[in-house]
Structure formats: C-alpha cells, structure tokens
Ligand binder design. Structure first.
Ligand code: EPU
Length: 351
C-alpha cells in the first residue's frame, strides 16, 4: 500500500499514457517519473520494489502500444543525457545517453564526418530504445556498430556493461525485448563509427535513389546517405508528430523456401529476400497490399493503413487500444487465410 511519506520527488500520479505513445492510445499510468541519471533510476526502482509496484522504462514511446487498462506501476521516462566522442584515429567511439533523441545523435555523428549510423536516420525515438528492438533500416541495424550497452541491472542491483556479444541481437530483437525484458534499464550506449566513407553495396531503394539523382559511388558520404534516407522516409512514412503511428506494425515474416515456392505458384510477384539457403524474409507490406489494404480506412475501429507503405498502421480516429487490436486481428486473420502466414506484431504491447 502506498503511503504519502514514501512519495518520491518528481513522481506524478494518474498520468494519461496517450501522450507517451506515438499511436496515442492507452489508459493511465498509476505513477510516471522522468529520470536524468542512474541514481534516479536506482532510487525509483528501489522505491517501486518497496511498494511491490511493477516498473517499466520508456523513451519517446514510438514503438509502444499501451493497453486500455493502463499501467499499474511506475513508468520511468528516460531522459538520461550525454554525448561523448572518443577519437581513436580511423575508428571513433561515441558514448551517448539513453535519453537523447536518436535522430539528433545520428545528425551529430554524420556532421562530424563519421559513418555508421547514417542509414538509421530519421527513426523516431531515443537512443536507449534502439538496442531493445535492434532498430534497422536500409540494410543496417543498430547491432552493426554497437559496442556495448550500459544499464542498471535490476536483478544484481548495480550498473553493468553489456558487450554486444551478450545482447542477444537478431532481426528486430534482443535479450532486452525477450528473455530479459524488464531487467535492464539502459543508461547509455556506445557505438563504434569510422571516418571512412560508406561503401556499396547499398540497400536497393538507396541505390535507386542514387541512380535517379545521378550520384556516383565516389560522391557517396555519410551525409549523402543520410540525405537520401531522409528523402525516402519522408516520402513513404508518416511523421509520428503529425499522424499517430508506430512505424512498421509487423515484422517481415521469415518462412521456409518450401512455403515460399508454394506461395510463388499463386503469387509470382511476391517480394522477398533470401535468408540463407532454406528461408526467405517476406515483405509484410506487400502481403497487406495484395489484400487491398494500402490506404484502407476502417470505419468501425477508426484505424487505417498508410497509403504509401502498407506496413504502417495509422490511428485516425480510434479512441481505444481495443479498437486497434480488433483491427490488427482482422488483418492477421486475412493474411493467414490468404497466404498461410502468421504475422508477428512489431511494436510492444504494454503491460
Ligand atoms: N512493399 C510493398 N508494399 C508496401 C510496402 C513494401 O510491395 O506497402 C515492398 C516493396 O517492394 C518494397 C519492399 O517491400 O520495395 C521493401 O519495402 P521498404 O523498403 O519500405 O521496407 P519494409 O520491408 O516494408 C523495413 C522496416 C522499416 C524500414 C524499411 C527500410 C521492418 C519490419 N520494417 O520495412 O522499419 O524503415 O525496411 O529499410 O523490418 C519500422 O520498423 O518502424 C520501420 C519503418
């Protein structure tokens, strides 16, 4: 039972979570608090434990869907600042506070002439959120240049440094999202960047952009790649500040080449990428487009699908997460019926 005398500084009560998710849905958090450093985190986690309250840490809420029942414990909003460059010659390390805005960090590294993060330009959210789902775009993922993550370990009750090899990274996944969900509160992330120019091969849509704008390989710098990514993303994806959405709503599913061959017989135009010899990653956006869902507006739930990228769910008029879930389930059912594929949701449903 909460007693007033144990109330912590900065703790807010009964806060609507709609403002803490770019999908703008969800109930109320019993408590919410912003943190600036590891000491804040430790203090709050210990307090929450003493009150038997669950704790969750968030960044800018760009990959979170809150349930309508809200959050029964403490929502910690990560605002841990920091940006430090360590010059090691050709290789440079950048240590960044988990609460920093991701794209501002990418912009800064690129402006310093460093490459490594440029393909991940314009991705919404904070630095600390990027390792959790191993953010990826245009052929690169955060794991590619991540060195280590610094975090408060809730189990050991101390700060730990987790090297990349212990982060359990895979496509849009990590131990922070999987087995160890809720255990680590990330405070900073270290990346290894280089003063060398980005080298081909580039992701197909980037290559097409360079061709269209007569940009030759020798002209390609991190800034050129960043500018291209920004142009492509702006053209295809809605700005979450303007249109409520959480980016890709599903993973691109990985299926066996046997299943792919079966689908190909009926749908020879299917978009896929080979993964090793036995598996293929299918464009989930393409699947949804085949169902005629691109630009679809669903009147009952108030949900819609973006007209330039079918993988993006948009909250136009929905007022509850239940509506989003009803829409999601109907879409998943149609995909299963038509293609025999089970889609997996990409943003995390909390709690
Ligand atoms: N496609 C369609 N119809 C669509 C969407 C895509 O046919 O409506 C096909 C097209 O052939 C297109 C191909 O799929 O050329 C790939 O599309 P795109 O480059 O837009 O990428 P994606 O596979 O749909 C993934 C990420 C995005 C990331 C882009 C670019 C996932 C789940 N999504 O989408 O990430 O920006 O690649 O690299 O892996 C996010 O996670 O929020 C996100 C936006």
């Amino acid at each position: 039972m909460y007693t007033g005398s144990y109330m912590l500084d900065g703790l807010q009560e009964n806060i609507s979570l709609k403002n803490y998710s770019t999908m703008r849905l969800g109930g109320v958090a019993r408590y919410l608090v912003e943190v600036q450093d590891y000491h804040d985190i430790q203090r709050i986690v210990e307090w929450a434990d003493s009150q038997s309250l669950p704790v969750v840490m968030i960044g800018q809420g760009s990959n979170i869907i809150w349930k309508d029942e809200g959050y029964p414990g403490v929502v910690i909003v990560n605002r841990v600042p920091g940006y430090e460059l360590q010059d090691q010659g050709e290789q440079q390390f950048v240590i960044v506070g988990a609460g920093e805005s991701w794209d501002e960090v990418v912009e800064r590294t690129v402006a310093s002439g460093l490459s490594g993060l440029e393909c991940l330009s314009l991705i919404p959210g904070t630095v600390g959120a990027t390792p959790v789902q191993n953010v990826g775009a245009y052929g690169k993922e955060v794991a590619d240049c991540l060195v280590c993550v610094q975090a408060y370990d809730r189990v050991e009750k101390r700060m730990v440094v987790i090297p990349k090899s212990d982060c359990g990274f895979s496509y849009r996944n990590s131990r922070f999202k999987g087995d160890d969900h809720g255990r680590f509160f990330i405070t900073s992330v270290t990346f290894s960047l280089t003063i060398r120019k980005p080298m081909p091969p580039f992701y197909a849509s980037l290559q097409a952009y360079f061709g269209k704008h007569s940009i030759s390989s020798s002209d390609i710098t991190a800034q050129v790649v960043r500018d291209a990514v920004i142009a492509i993303r702006t053209e295809k994806l809605p700005d979450p500040k303007v249109v409520a959405n959480a980016g890709s709503f599903f993973h691109n599913p990985i299926i066996s080449t046997y299943q792919l061959d079966e689908i190909k017989e009926k749908y020879p135009g299917i978009v896929y990428w080979s993964v090793g010899d036995d598996e293929a990653k299918i464009s989930a956006g393409w699947l949804l487009e085949q169902l005629g869902l691109k630009g679809y507006h669903e009147p009952n739930t108030g949900m819609a699908i973006w007209d330039k990228q079918a993988l993006v769910f948009v909250n136009e008029k929905a007022t509850s997460t239940a509506q989003l879930i009803a829409f999601r389930d109907a879409v998943m059912k149609e995909v299963k019926a038509r293609f025999g594929i089970d889609l997996v949701q990409e943003p995390q449903l909390l709690p």
